[in-house]
Write a protein that binds this ligand. Sequence first.
Ligand code: ADE
Length: 257
Amino acid sequence: MPGYIRKMRIDILTIFPQMFEVPFGFGIFKRAIYNGLVIINPVNIRDFTHDKHHTTDDYPYGGGAGMVMKPEPIFEAVESIKGNVEDKEAELPIILLTPQGRLFTHKIARELAKHPRIVLICGHYEGVDERVVENLATDTISIGDYVLTGGELPAMVVADAVLRLVPGVLGSEESPLEDSHASGLLEYPQYTRPADYRGLKVPDILLSGNHAQIAKWRREQIIKRTLEKRPELLDKADLGVEDKQLVQRMMHTDKKE
Ligand code: ADE
């Protein structure tokens, strides 16, 4: 895949580094790490505090509920990472996970997967000192319009979506191209054996061996599903003439039903 690098490293700044041992310790990512295709490096923000209690948060100036993450340990943790970046000239995305960030999409995952290295910062409490947002982070990302207790789960989501695009991670380089959202549309339905499970049958066309007809059916399913479940995606998608006709026909049939 042009533009994609062969190896990727993600440094994750967090106050809970152990949380990252589980999601990347199994299956695909365990193998990718073992094969040296990806490096996931949780960095404990607490290691960059200088007080006896290793304080990472403090009261908000101006008053109000909750605590705010202090800037100094986060700045120092990022500086320690930058210190060991091989190519000093290369742009290093430093991404703060926050509900106020730009909404994460497959397109953003693809953009990030082009970098050999990215840094993710997990926020907590009522938020992170604004100087981190303004002067340290190069980007902010939200994984959805809801609020979680911290940026760790969002960082895992982003890391998963990005790292599976690194060639070789999924085993077959073709598979990420067929994902839902990879083309801006939802994926067609998949079936496996048995062909008849409790009377629930796999569509005949898939058993026909007629590859041209199967491809046609799958394309129709892609359009149908997207139209039914996420119609707004069709407005943004790059559709060919045949696809557009299909959409028109399906919308027309819909209205008659
Ligand atoms: N931190 C808390 N909620 C979040 C969200 N929805 N996305 C990213 N970071 C978050």
